[in-house]
Ligand binder design. Structure first.
Ligand SMILES: [Zn+2]
Ligand SMILES: [Zn+2]
Length: 270
């Protein structure tokens, strides 16, 4: 049975944007996924893909942006996102504390000299920054949002959006280990969709431990353990070309058929 949840991918690249003919199908923009759920418009992370989401958000009215953590590939899109300047929009930006900084302070750190010429005062008065717990619960309209702390240098919030019986989990920038993976497995149990950091393969991870990222093989192990219906692999390494991602997707589908590597402008219906 279908749900009322629809996703559109505006950025699936990790770490830094990439550009060129090798990156057309999966796209080069960094983390940004727009979700329609329970009548709400929710954007997961504000990487460089956020600019593409300007045409997706309502021309007037409310929507929300959930920030996983303030690494630059997850917030740089806020510097140039037109709806934040539109007084007809009412935007709420949610983030947990990172590095002793609240939600607004994290964005101000980026939007300040010498990194950027304009501060957050250029956003319309209807923009709100909302501080949340990294292990907590809050509501966006009829949508329940649960959070847990992931495993990533400087911290990273894992989000679960639930409406009615249906949940999706957004887990980017997550390095698997026994404790955090067990916690994530129970947090994501039986969700419709798990979006998961698959920056590396298991073989590549051998020399990348401590970098704060996971693997496509670990994504499959976790998805099976959780009983999720669909797996969306995310935060692609900047070195992965379209052909390399096609090959990784084909291998992953041998072990978990309802899986895909997130593609530029891909629409996911649940
Ligand atoms: Zn990242
Ligand atoms: Zn990060």
């Amino acid at each position: 049975m279908g749900t009322d949840i629809t996703l559109r991918v505006f950025g699936s690249r990790g770490s830094t944007p990439v550009h060129g003919s090798d990156f057309t199908r999966y796209g080069g923009a960094t983390s940004c996924i727009a979700v329609n759920i329970g009548g709400e418009s929710v954007i997961l992370d504000a990487g460089s893909g956020l600019t593409g989401a300007a045409k997706w958000v309502p021309k007037s009215g409310e929507f929300s942006i959930l920030i996983s953590h303030p690494h630059i590939d997850h917030i740089i899109g806020l510097t140039s996102f037109a709806p934040l300047h539109n007084p007809d929009n009412s935007v709420r930006i949610f983030a947990a504390e990172h590095g002793g900084l609240g939600a607004q302070e994290q964005v101000e750190r980026l939007m300040s000299a010498p990194l950027w010429p304009l501060g957050t005062e250029v956003f319309s008065d209807s923009t709100q920054f909302c501080d949340i717990d990294s292990d907590g619960t809050f509501q966006i309209g009829a949508v329940r949002v649960d959070t847990i702390e992931g495993n990533h240098p400087g911290g990273c919030t894992v989000y679960k959006l639930t409406h009615g019986e249906h949940s999706i989990v957004y887990c980017t920038d997550f390095e698997h280990d026994k404790h955090h993976s067990e916690r994530l497995a129970s947090f994501a149990a039986d969700c419709e969709l798990l979006i998961y950091d698959a920056q590396f393969s298991d073989a590549e991870y051998e020399t990348k431990q401590g970098w704060g990222h996971s693997t496509r093989e670990e994504a499959v192990r976790l998805a099976r353990r959780c009983g999720v219906r669909k797996l969306l692999l995310f935060h692609h390494s900047p070195s992965r070309t379209d052909d390399a991602l096609d090959a990784a997707e084909a291998l992953t589908r041998l072990d978990f058929p309802d899986s895909s590597f997130a593609k530029r402008e891909e629409v996911v219906l649940l």
